[in-house]
Design a protein around this ligand. Structure first.
Ligand code: SF4
Length: 681
């Protein structure tokens, strides 16, 4: 059978794979070097899923019933026209996703701002690594998760992983860490922590105090790279004024991490020839997420790591197109090319590419959590169009999200299965999935990839691009303004990105087809791309990186007599994000079929719970029922729940929607909870 070389449908590593029909085999590609995790190996089953949607559905008399495409698109367009005429363009909102291809993310932003004229667009990447993006932009002037190829990590002597668990979330990545001693910062003893030379387990929500304590030790023990700080950075004095108060013994009192271990981490990093500091969701998904990441960047800058070949700072992107998804204009405050929506020059450039007047483009809108919370409320959107996201499971305080969706006049969901969000829609539009269409994605190292079509889509489904075109033309837009062909959309995206920090203008499908490794920025067709950024200068006008003046404040919610424990949420190897895809794959469900709660055995005993029993976990926002897993290595004050599961097992029924003031990231990683037997309340 002929095969097609393509990429995995899931995480931001974007492992190379080969598809012969729906049969998956790995292939040599730099990020995975022939490896795949269990999710990747079993992803062909998604293409054979019997739960696949193949016809549009319209809710009639309370039931979703089959309809033709013309009926569905006519109905949606008519309702959008009515609502816009009655209540203005901001009465319609759009919600995108970090799994959408670059072309879809780009066209979705254009659709919202040109066809609908709404400012109300954001996407689920806001819940993923928006705080890392905000901190990276502030520090370096440009935000690329890893500003170096993952293969560079092979040269590291020491890698500090803050809130990152790649051994579970992206196992093929771990081969790049083989030569390094690992320092793992995580309140849980994760599979990655098991590989560490030094595992530091801070109390949940105290990441920044720990970063400050280690920075203090770095400076006190003479590891500050003074010439790098003087020549290539700004703001050290302000940052140090705050960090100077965090001697390791003080940080120990807040974090629970022994001062000696903080000093050991400082020595390991300071004495390493080559070292990296990498962050991920564990330290980013907090109401202090931007400050937390700023603290880790400060540490890396003090050691002189960023902008040096063989060393550096980076964030491990999560979603498949988490990087590209935040570059092309589906964010509330952003235009393509990673441009700011409120920048007059950016507006003029993008409006020129789109053939519209700059003043016709709306301004910045609400961030994802604020947008969801405003749905159906006075002054809030009355209609929501969702592409590539399952907010009923993935958004914080999900009972409230569910209620808000019910308050809408119109909910439209484009998906390829009936996700928990699609099941609540008024109109469901069945769309193509990964290997059924060609498109580009940008992986965690800023490498632009061509994910090729490998199978024919089932009859009845359409690409999201085709759906956007169908709606836009019904809303009075010229068809040529909304191409349905991915390569044509990409050609326009190139022009729109030109001159922006994420400049794709030199990338063509032909270059990608020949297998060229193109990391952005690629400002011309004869430019080789930029695998390593910042080697000569950072992206601020003066070429210097910025220290962040940050101090520890702690989590938004602390335990008390009623909610004496802290809960943190996260991922397991077998499932991806809201689980809409992986919960439909038998081999994955066989391993992890349902939500569980990890509890220290003493904590379980105090609640009268035993291994395997179903427990009630309550927070100020709701409660969930999960099966007890006793884990002796867990802190007794902490419980852990994976967030991939639906219904009453949603971890996000518990989570705190307190927002980071800079990035608007919700506090997924820590909230106060109580644990009891199901029948005890
Ligand atoms: Fe690779 Fe991530 Fe896919 Fe696993 S889920 S095979 S790590 S891209």
């Amino acid at each position: 059978m002929p095969h097609v070389d393509t990429h995995c449908p899931y995480c931001a590593l974007q492992c190379g794979m080969r598809l012969a029909g729906t049969r998956v085999t790995p292939r040599g590609f730099p990020v995975n070097a022939g490896g795949l995790c269990q999710k990747g190996w079993t992803s062909g089953e998604l293409l054979r899923s019997g739960e696949r949607l193949t016809t549009p559905l319209i809710r009639r008399d309370g039931e979703l019933t089959p309809a033709t495409w013309a009926e569905a698109l006519d109905l949606v367009a008519a309702r959008l026209r009515e609502l816009t005429a009655q209540h203005g363009p901001d009465s319609v909102a759009v919600f995108g996703g970090g799994g959408l291809t670059n072309e879809k993310a780009y066209l979705l932003g254009k659709f919202a701002r040109v066809a609908l004229g709404t400012s109300q667009i954001d996407y689920n990447g806001r819940f993923c690594m928006s705080s890392a993006a905000a901190a990276g932009l502030k520090a370096f002037g440009a935000d690329r998760g890893l500003p170096f190829p993952v293969t560079d990590l092979a040269d590291a002597d020491v890698v500090l992983l803050a809130g990152a668990n790649p051994a579970e979330t992206m196992p093929p990545f771990v081969q790049h860490l083989r030569g390094a001693e690992l320092i793992v910062i995580d309140p849980r003893r994760t599979p990655t922590a098991e590989l560490a030379a030094l595992h530091l387990a801070p109390a949940p929500g105290t990441d920044l105090a720990l970063a400050l304590g280690i920075l203090h030790a770095v400076v006190a023990e003479g590891h500050l790279d003074k010439s790098f700080v003087d020549l290539r950075t700004a703001g050290f004095d302000d940052a140090w004024r705050l960090a100077a108060a965090w001697w390791p013994e003080r940080a120990e009192r807040v974090t629970g991490v022994a001062a000696a271990d903080q000093r050991r981490a400082a020595t390991m990093l300071g004495e390493a020839r080559n070292a990296y500091v990498l962050t991920a969701r564990g330290t980013e998904q907090h109401a202090t997420g931007t400050a937390n990441v700023g603290g880790w960047i400060n540490l890396a800058l003090a050691l002189g790591l960023p902008g040096r070949e063989g060393s550096g700072f980076g964030c491990l992107t999560g979603q498949g197109n988490g990087q590209g998804g935040r570059e092309h204009g589906q964010k509330a405050d952003q235009l393509p090319g990673y441009r700011k929506l409120d920048d007059p020059a950016a507006r003029a450039h993008v409006a020129g590419v789109w053939g519209v007047a700059p003043e016709s483009l709306p301004g910045p809108g609400r961030s994802a959590a604020e947008l969801l919370d405003a749905l159906g409320q006075p002054g809030g959107p009355k209609a929501l169009l969702v592409f590539g996201s399952n907010v009923v499971v993935s958004a914080p305080r999900s009972r409230r999200v569910q209620d808000r969706l019910s308050a809408l006049d119109l909910l439209v969901v484009a998906d390829f299965v009936l996700s928990e969000t699609a099941a609540r829609a008024d109109v469901v539009l069945p769309v193509t999935q990964w290997a059924e269409e060609t498109g580009t994605l940008t992986n965690l190292e800023g490498r632009i990839l061509l994910r090729r079509q490998a199978v024919v889509a089932p009859a009845g489904v359409r690409s999201d691009l085709d759906v956007l075109r169908g709606l836009a033309t019904r809303l009075g837009q010229p068809a040529e303004r909304f191409p349905a062909d991915a390569e044509t959309v990409f050609e326009e995206l190139r022009a729109a990105s030109k001159g922006g920090s994420a400049d794709y203008s030199g990338v063509t499908y032909d270059r990608l087809r020949t297998g060229e490794a193109l990391h952005w920025p690629v400002p011309a067709e004869d430019h080789p791309g930029t695998p390593r950024m910042f080697l000569d200068r950072f992206a601020h006008p003066d070429g210097r990186a910025r220290f962040a003046a940050v101090d520890h404040t702690g989590p938004a919610e602390l335990p008390d007599a009623e909610f004496p424990l802290q809960a943190t949420t996260g991922r397991v190897l077998q499932h991806y994000q809201s689980g809409a895809q992986t919960r439909r794959i038998r081999e994955l469900v066989d391993v992890v079929p349902e939500v569980f709660v990890e509890v220290h055995p003493d904590t379980a005993a105090r609640a009268g719970l035993v291994e395997g029993e179903r427990a009630l976990v309550r927070s100020r926002r709701g409660e969930t029922v999960a099966r007890v897993r006793c884990v002796g290595s867990l802190r007794p004050d902490l419980v852990f729940l994976p967030f991939h599961f639906p219904g009453e097992g949603r971890a996000n029924l518990l989570t705190n929607p307190a927002l980071d003031p800079v990035s608007r990231m919700p506090e997924f990683k820590v909230c106060a909870v109580a644990l009891s037997k199901v029948d005890a309340v």
